[in-house]
Ligand binder design. Structure first.
Ligand SMILES: [Zn+2]
Ligand SMILES: [Zn+2]
Length: 346
């Protein structure tokens, strides 16, 4: 079968290879993959970021935002049958550590990931533990199934803490998950959504997803000023930080009202200093959003899509055959793609 592998420890270092079709062992499923999304994590692998270099053993088949059809059911697996349409949770948790036992499987200390630690879904077939397979409702379209993993993060971000209902919400950083959060926040009753990004293409998508106010600091927009102007000088109730940039992180924190709810989703590439005295005086609650609640975020995400309350289709900018996978990475690097999906078995 054809597979996109990271083969060399360098920038790019990707190779399309013919590899054997894997066989599922006990407790595993084999999927015939339909679509798989290219995301920021894949770009970190492409650029061979230090945190990827530290953990990845090469060659490795990439791809963790995967949907497909169950093709073979391994021994001892119940609840799945050949032909089931599934999406994959990307966090493989151990199931018995303290966070796992306390309904915090997304924070499992031994988390591993398809496409990083085991072979992933940029391939015609993928074998995974059945414990990370999510069965989609009948007739759920493949494009949406392929985006449930990142959409789950956006939904998780909107439900944590004070939620979003009735509140003013800032989404800073309109990559795919930020854009999904715009849609989810509106669907879940946010009173006003302010979207901020440097890329006009992404801001246009934010508007399509329902953002009420658009700010582009690259074209003279001042996020803090605009956030205050939109909230009678108070600042927003909820700020979600997706950009991963230090100036973005500071601006979104400064846009928050006193006692507001700050949710960090985009990981900064380096340690960032925070003034704890200011934090103590202004009282924001700071939360981390890492992955999704398993399976609560999945159910909430599917419900929003199934009810037609969030439409993710405008985010699919490109569907590219696996054999042309390099093109997907180049589109992202050039800032021309929102969410490229790779199509397998076509
Ligand atoms: Zn991802
Ligand atoms: Zn665990």
């Amino acid at each position: 079968m054809l597979a996109l592998c990271k083969t060399a420890p360098q920038v790019d270092g990707l190779e399309l290879r013919e590899v054997p079709v894997p066989d599922p062992g006990a407790g595993e499923l084999r999927l015939k993959v339909k679509l798989a999304g290219v995301c920021g994590t894949d770009m970190h692998i492409y650029h061979w970021a230090p945190r990827m270099a530290r953990r990845m053993v090469l060659p490795r088949v990439m791809g963790h935002e995967v949907c497909g059809v169950v093709d073979t059911v391994g021994a001892g697996v119940s609840g799945f049958a050949v032909g089931d349409q599934v999406s994959l949770e990307s966090h493989i948790s151990c199931g018995h550590c303290r966070p796992c036992m306390l309904d915090q499987r997304h924070l499992c200390a031994s988390t591993t990931y398809p496409g990083i630690d085991i072979d992933g879904g940029f391939a015609d077939y993928v074998v995974v533990p059945a414990s990370i397979a999510w069965k989609n409702p009948a007739g759920f379209p493949a494009e949406r199934s392929a985006m449930m993993e990142p959409f789950g993060i956006a939904v998780h971000a909107c439900h944590e803490g004070t939620g979003v209902s009735g509140q003013t919400v800032l989404i800073n950083g309109c990559g795919p998950i930020g854009l999904m959060a715009v849609g989810a926040a509106k669907a879940l009753g946010a009173r006003k959504v302010i979207a901020c990004d440097l890329n006009p293409l992404r801001l246009a998508s934010a508007e399509r997803m329902g953002a009420d106010v658009l700010v582009n600091p690259g074209q003279g927009g001042d996020l803090v000023k605009e956030a205050k102007a939109q909230t009678r000088g108070e600042g927003v109730d909820v700020a979600m930080e997706f950009s991963g940039s230090e100036p973005g992180l500071r601006a979104s924190l400064d846009s928050l009202r006193r006692g507001g709810d700050y949710r960090l989703i985009g990981a900064p590439s380096h340690p960032v200093e925070l003034d704890l005295t200011t934090w103590l005086r202004t009282g924001p609650t700071i939360r981390n959003i890492h992955g999704r609640r398993i399976w609560r975020s999945w159910q909430q995400a599917v419900d929003l899509i199934d009810a037609g309350l969030v439409d993710l289709d405008p985010l699919v900018s490109h569907v590219i055959p696996l054999k042309d996978a390099h093109e997907a990475f180049e589109l992202v690097i050039r800032g021309e793609a929102v969410k490229p999906l790779l199509a397998m078995n076509d």
